[in-house]
Write a protein that binds this ligand. Structure first.
Ligand SMILES: [Zn+2]
Length: 355
């Protein structure tokens, strides 16, 4: 049995719309004992919007999204029928792990639009010291994901834009991974994964500018809804359907490499991934595609150059920790090029920087 290679289509129920959080008591009705898992800031944001007091015990995570913290929270809860997780990606991932430990359901209430953590049964697991540990595959998907557009208009713009960058990568990574695959190795589900990534890309290229405007003006148009659903929901389908063929490739390998440069530590995940897409495309020599994306990045505020990620020294020595890691055997650049070298990643970065 290998959960990482199984089809994981996403949440059991995905409820979306304006003001749907006011129906929260109805959604919780089937459950007896509810335990809230949240963070200090997340819970404040939620309370400011929800207004009424929740009558359930509230447990705060410690910021790590670690198995150890999930176990601590599960021990403190003792007994419950459902976890109500309210927050950003790390809070929701913690909520999923607590539910897994307790073998109960979890309901996800995202407080921002920036990733597919509210939707996917996959968790980014960290060590207690907050360094990355592994991707964790939960046996159960969230019972319910509640996406309230009105509430989510409070998403900080930079998180929303970074979410767009991370989600644009779905297409370029699955395309890079599956392009060389013989037709008969593209299973029905891999094909569905590829198709989902194309829908995601089309929505993001067409609707992101309007979606960002909506966020700034605090109004909701259909474009905002499409971008929000693409980031929170659809993004989870590419890997959910195509498994490893639809997950990380060159863009995320460059992201992981960039995390070895201290100056990028404050940069958002999706911004680094967005830059990584350009590097991956430079390696596969798709210059026209890079130029198309550069225009889109400039219009949305995604980075086209390393200097926008706070990296000013771009010589081979300074970038070595990044390029060495991006090309290493444990990384995913080799999903598109089995023979990738650090030198080639460096050359690809030089191409992106020169355009
Ligand atoms: Zn990502």
């Amino acid at each position: 049995m290998n959960l990482a290679t199984e089809v994981r289509p996403g949440a059991n129920r995905y409820a979306v719309g304006q003001n749907i959080l006011q129906d929260l008591p109805q959604y919780l009705e089937p459950f007896g004992k509810v335990a809230v898992v949240t963070g200090t800031i997340s819970y404040q944001i939620f309370s400011d919007y929800y207004k009424k007091e929740l009558e359930y015990p509230v447990f705060r995570y410690n910021g790590s999204a670690s198995r150890e913290d999930a176990q601590r929270i599960a021990d403190e809860i003792g007994e419950a029928d459902v976890i109500l997780a309210i927050g950003g990606g790390r809070v929701l991932d913690t909520g999923k792990m607590v539910a897994e430990v307790m073998n109960i359901d979890a309901i996800m209430v995202p407080t921002l639009i920036s990733n597919c953590a509210p939707f996917t049964p996959i968790v980014a697991v960290y060590h207690p010291d907050r360094t990355f540990r592994e991707m964790g595959y939960m046996k159960k998907a969230p019972y319910l994901t509640l996406v309230d557009y009105d509430f989510l208009l409070a998403t900080p713009k930079d998180y929303f834009v970074a979410g767009i960058g991370d989600t644009v990568a779905k297409w370029y990574e699955i395309k890079g991974i599956t392009e060389q695959l013989p037709a008969d190795e593209k299973t029905a589900y891999i094909r569905l994964g590829i198709a989902s990534a194309k829908v995601i890309l089309d929505i993001l290229l067409e609707d992101s500018i309007q979606g960002i405007k909506d966020l700034e003006n605090k109004q909701i148009t259909p474009a905002f809804g499409r971008v929000a659903d693409a980031i929170v929901g659809l993004a989870g389908e590419t890997g959910g359907f195509a498994a490893a063929y639809g997950r990380s490739a060159g863009a995320h390998a460059v992201h992981d490499g960039l995390s070895y440069l201290e100056s990028t530590h404050d940069q958002l995940h999706g911004n680094k991934v967005a830059y990584g897409i350009l590097v991956q495309l430079a390696h596969t020599n798709e210059i026209d595609e890079i130029k198309k994306l550069q225009e889109f990045y400039q219009a949305t505020g995604l980075p086209t150059k390393l200097s926008q990620l706070n990296v000013t020294a771009t010589d081979a020595d300074s970038l070595k920790p990044c390029t060495d890691h991006a090309a290493c055997a444990e990384e995913t650049f080799n999903m598109i090029d089995a023979d990738i070298t650090a030198e080639q990643v460096y050359q690809a970065i030089q191409v992106v920087e020169s355009l």
